[in-house]
Ligand binder design. Structure first.
Ligand SMILES: *Cc1c(COP(=O)(O)O)cnc(C)c1O
Length: 428
């Protein structure tokens, strides 16, 4: 690739650099057909036919920038696997579900999922600049390739305004940064006005697939509404190009907190060395690896899934072996709306009277001796819990916290047959 730094890569070498660097140009020139794709990577007629057949689920749209990173000859290129459909997507496996995370079920108003007590997920658009083939939201992503209707956005904001417990709004989609800066500001400004909304965060793949979108205009708009937390979605070190790094530097220099969510994908990054490389390069670019997600049970992506054991094995290679903040938390988002649940290798291997036995990442076994006389007591002059209660910050306790608080002896499923027998006996 002998080209001057200011010439777009082939086959776009006749496009001006200004156009190439214009995110609107990139969006307008996304690769959406097999014919266009054939000009960027080498495809046989059979491959073209197969790709065309695979296109009836989630649409294909690849920014020229991201497409230019694809290896033209390697069908296993990680960039290509993320962007180009394969026939495997037409296979629906037994465990596949349309909405495994129950995002639609737990949705009080369209476009808003309220699952956890203090935070909501706001889907402002179904458009992405590039549609990831492993998309968890493929039931919906790219359906219209447009922002959500203004009326629905207003209803979602009204819900947040009326729901005092919501202190954290996660703006996602689609990709929220595909919205025009004005449209995004409309939403953010309204959220910023709500006193109980403490933070707004964004889920975006823009730094990965369309770094040109990180403009001074976007940054100066976002800066007005600090604190800004941004989670991006790098899956492979090959995606951390000089251009992507430049976009990350602009965001970090603006004072935004950058995190990354990686999805564990078979044949793409299911290897500890690829992951270690990715996470170490991310922290070098001021991005904290936040989560490593087990691939969801969404329809048509079973070929991307690994076992959970593989994820744990990868975590074994990372924890303790490298910088703590280069190690994300490994999470499984439980089907049925169970939510994100952490999975760790087991380090605590036994427990006796005041002695807890651990093994470390090297396999060394050590004990920790617990104090003999520990008993928790509230610090006498602390009133934080009372103040939080008065401000309505905390929801009623659930799950183990309720048991720990001595509010309940046990928690029982509502449909426990034993309970029903008891109820029947009482009724008779
Ligand atoms: C992931 C997610 C969040 C945010 O979860 P964190 O664990 O706080 O990052 C919030 N709402 C929904 C519905 C989600 O799926």
């Amino acid at each position: 690739m002998a080209q001057s730094p200011n010439t777009p890569p082939p086959p776009w070498q006749d496009v001006s650099w200004a156009e190439w660097e214009d995110w609107h140009w990139q969006l307008a020139h996304r690769i959406t057909t097999v014919e266009e794709l054939g000009r960027v990577i080498n495809l046989t007629d059979e491959e073209k036919e197969i790709i065309a057949k695979s296109l009836n689920t989630l649409r294909m749209a690849i920014t020229p920038y991201y497409a230019s990173l694809m290896d033209p000859d390697d069908p296993h290129c990680p960039i290509r696997l993320r962007a180009v459909p394969t026939i495997l997507e037409t296979h629906i496996s037994e465990e596949d579900m349309e909405d495994p995370l129950h995002e639609d079920v737990d949705s009080p108003v369209p476009g808003l999922t309220h699952r956890y007590p203090d935070r909501v997920l706001l889907l402002v658009t179904d458009q992405c600049s590039m549609y990831c083939r492993h998309c968890t939201r493929r039931r919906w992503a790219g359906e219209t390739d447009r922002p959500r209707a203004q009326k629905e956005i207003d209803e979602a904001i009204a819900y947040i305004r009326e729901t005092r417990g919501v202190r954290d709004v996660l703006i996602s989609g689609g990709d929220p940064f595909t919205l025009s800066t004005e449209r995004l500001e409309y939403i953010v400004a309204k959220l910023h006005e709500i006193p109980h909304v403490e933070i707004v965060r964004y889920g975006t793949s823009i730094p990965v697939v369309l770094p040109q979108r990180v403009t001074e205009e976007l940054i100066s708009m976002l800066k007005k509404y600090q604190p800004v937390w941004i989670n991006t979605h790098f899956n492979h070190p090959k995606e951390l190009t000089p251009r992507a790094r430049q976009a990350l530097a602009m965001l970090a220099d603006a004072g935004f907190v950058l995190g990354n969510q990686t999805v564990l994908l078979r044949g793409v990054n299911d290897c500890p060395w690829i992951m270690k490389e990715l996470f170490q390069r991310l922290i070098e670019n001021r991005v904290r690896p936040y989560r490593l997600y087990q691939c969801d049970l969404s329809q048509g992506i079973s070929h991307f899934r690994t076992t959970i054991a593989r994820g744990i094995e990868i975590m074994e290679h990372l924890s303790g072996h490298t910088t703590g903040f280069a190690v994300p938390e490994f999470m499984v988002d439980l089907p049925g709306g169970g939510g994100k649940t952490p999975v760790h290798p087991r380090y605590m291997i036994s427990q006796g009277d005041r002695v807890v036995v651990f093994r470390n990442y090297e396999g060394v076994i050590s004990r920790y001796i617990e104090p003999a006389d520990y008993r928790f007591e509230c610090p006498p002059n602390c009133h934080i819990c009372e103040e939080r209660k008065a401000r309505g910050l905390d929801q009623p306790l659930v799950g183990p916290t309720k048991v720990f608080a001595r509010e309940r002896v046990s928690l029982e499923p509502a449909d426990l047959p034993r309970l029903q027998r008891r109820k029947r006996a009482a009724d008779e």
